[in-house]
Design a protein around this ligand. Structure first.
Ligand SMILES: Nc1ncnc2c1ncn2[C@@H]1O[C@H](COP(=O)(O)OP(=O)(O)OP(=O)(O)O)[C@@H](O)[C@H]1O
Length: 368
């Protein structure tokens, strides 16, 4: 069996004509340039592979082209050039029904479904098998029930979609995609409206689907941290900065750890005063404005003390015996923060991070 379930050949994505005038199914409308229509190329010559059982996260700053790529890969939007194969067959030669048997998509746009209940909407996922008016077989019903159970949407299964919160609605749309039971699932920002426990739950669910059911999942997200932890691969879209603006963005594919180590990850999200720490994979939001401070301390107290010091504007120098410095003694029955303000002053023992912050602020006021 070929490992890749989706492959692109020199795929160029983008827009031609006025906003929203380009949409159409493959083959139904020519993608040829129309006279007087402005072509806007988002990314050129993409050679991408989505393999069986793989979770790929599509990351990139706002406007880089993630949704455009999602829509193009699913056949909702025509490419400007190149082609897409699904399970070895060009998508341009597939009917909508055939595509729906291979690929399901959850988009960010709110859909209007009239008065449908959650159950009826999830059951619509079976329509490629039953037809729009078709009755569900026992097997179809079982698949719908499983999709509802696995996404935790049972509590509102009889509610109407319009009565749900954004997060609940999001889960229902994922349930509908699962009911469609396709080897490929594309999700555009599936965790956008979810709180942290639900975000983690959805990512875990998607990983489980790749590992246990061999699904190939591509999801776009702004959750960098979750993506770095969960994705087998990352497709990283970034705006081109080289001046050769034949396309707005470019795309790099790789495993998360390599994209971090080779500096591509921070390049994609680089902003003035916005630092990415390669060692921890975290972004720092604070500018160091209060000078250096030494920190000697390990484990959780060391980590959270560093965070508090950075918030106060210090550049934290780990394991450096400089002044000022903080030494955390975790050997005693409780943690003690020993604050060495300067050579002349005796160190001060403090018994919490808030006491340490107060001492640092007092020192700062004295010096100003
Ligand atoms: N229908 C359209 N016609 C012309 N240009 C469009 C259209 N839709 C989007 N664009 C442009 O294409 C570019 C990519 O948009 P897209 O929505 O794909 O980015 P994105 O990475 O998904 O952004 P976000 O993270 O903000 O959702 C943007 O510059 C956008 O203005």
């Amino acid at each position: 069996m070929r490992p890749e379930v989706l492959r692109t050949h020199a795929l160029t994505i983008g827009y031609q004509g006025k906003k929203h005038s380009h949409f159409g199914r493959f083959g139904k409308k020519s993608s040829a340039k129309k006279p007087g229509h402005r072509i806007r190329t988002i990314v050129k010559d993409l050679v991408l592979e989505l393999n069986r059982g793989e979770l790929v996260c599509l990351l990139g700053p706002n406007g880089a082209g993630k949704s455009t790529l999602m829509r193009t890969l699913s056949g909702i939007q025509m490419p400007l050039a190149g082609s897409i194969d699904i399970s070895g067959k060009p998508i341009s030669k597939m009917s909508s029904k055939e595509i729906a048997l291979h690929l399901s998509i959850v988009l960010t746009e709110r859909i209007t479904v009239g008065n449908l209940s959650v159950y009826a909407l999830v059951a619509l996922g079976r329509s490629p098998y039953t037809g729009w008016m078709g009755n569900l077989s026992k097997d179809d019903e079982q698949i719908v029930r499983e999709a509802i159970e696995i996404t935790g949407t049972e509590p509102f299964v009889n509610a109407h979609l319009s009565d749900l919160s954004d997060g609940e609605r999001q889960k229902v749309m994922i349930a509908r995609a699962l009911a469609q039971d396709t080897p490929i699932i594309l999700l555009d920002e599936p965790t956008a409206h979810l709180d942290l426990p639900n975000r983690v739950e959805i990512i875990r669910l998607l990983r489980k689907l790749t590992q246990e059911k061999g699904k190939s999942i591509l999801m776009s997200t702004h959750e960098l941290d979750l993506a770095l932890q969960a994705a087998d691969k990352i497709w990283l879209m970034q705006e081109k900065k080289d001046g050769a603006l034949d396309a707005k963005s470019e795309l790099l594919a790789g495993i998360p750890e390599e994209l971090i180590l080779n500096g591509q990850f921070e390049k994609a999200f680089a902003r003035d005063g916005f630092l990415f720490d390669r060692a921890t994979g975290a972004f720092q939001i604070h500018h160091p404005t209060s000078g250096k401070i030494g920190l000697i301390g390990n484990g959780a107290p060391g980590h959270w003390t560093k965070r508090a010091l950075e918030r106060l504007g210090f550049q934290v120098c780990l394991d450096e015996f400089i002044y000022p410095r903080v030494e955390i003694d975790s050997e005693k029955c409780r943690d003690v923060w020993c604050y060495f303000a300067n050579e002349a002053q005796a160190p001060e023992n403090l018994y919490s991070i808030s006491e340490l912050i107060r001492a640092l602020q007092t020192q700062r006021t004295r010096m100003n």
